[in-house]
Design a protein around this ligand. Structure first.
Ligand SMILES: [Fe+2]
Ligand SMILES: [Fe+2]
Length: 213
């Protein structure tokens, strides 16, 4: 009996490890087509580098969202909460794939620190999940609202001609808003200070590093 339990624990650990590797080093496929329809503009080198920096930040944001949601799902108590987290994670996989594609088009690449971003987010997700499902959903709301705000900043800051990146970001922003709304409706609790402030600080640090590396 205990051999069976050990095997299933090992199985679960292997699934988590495989997912982590796929997200951080592989190229998980999107289920929905990429929303970028405009022609790829010929951007001057500095503008191209800036657009790539912003899309690398967005890609890392999606890596973090995956780590957070899979960490939370691994310890969620209620099957409905777990299903909610895994559903949101699927749309984040689309975002991840679209950002990776745009980075390639901009002759750039994802952050070299993706395994670290994922591991950190997974640890935070697991800790949040262990506090209970209200907290779990509260983390989803806070994460999605912060991502929505930085996507807004990117829409301001991207080169005006880079319509392809803008098309991707607009759809991502709509998805993130929906993820936050759904989590609120599912019973998220408001996170007390200083948690939202600490999350904002961590995301500021991430953006600073991911813009270049
Ligand atoms: Fe996302
Ligand atoms: Fe999201």
């Amino acid at each position: 009996m205990s051999a069976v339990r050990h095997l299933s624990l090992l199985d679960r650990a292997l699934v988590e490890a495989q997912r982590a590797l796929e997200t951080t080093l592989g190229d998980p496929p999107a289920l929905r087509p990429c929303p970028a329809r405009a022609a790829d503009p010929v951007l001057p080198k500095p503008a191209r580098r800036h657009a790539a920096g912003l899309m690398r930040i967005n890609h890392v944001g999606e890596v973090c969202a995956q780590g957070l949601y899979f960490g939370q799902a691994a310890v969620a108590r209620d099957p409905a909460t777990r299903a909610h987290l895994l559903d949101a994670a699927q749309e984040e996989t689309d975002h991840l794939a679209w950002c990776a594609q745009r980075l390639r088009e901009l002759d750039s690449r994802p952050s070299v620190f993706n395994p670290l971003w994922y591991a950190g987010s997974y640890a935070i997700g697991t800790l949040a999940g262990l506090r209970g499902d209200g907290w779990n959903l509260g983390f989803v709301v806070e994460t999605e609202r912060q991502v929505e705000a930085h996507l807004d900043e990117h829409l301001q800051s991207l080169p005006a001609q880079d319509l392809r990146s803008r098309e991707i970001i607009r759809v991502m922003k709509e998805d993130e808003a929906r993820h936050a709304d759904h989590a609120e409706q599912a019973g998220a609790r408001a996170l007390p200070p200083p948690i939202p402030q600490a999350m904002a600080l961590a995301s500021k640090l991430m953006k600073l590093v991911a813009y270049r590396l």
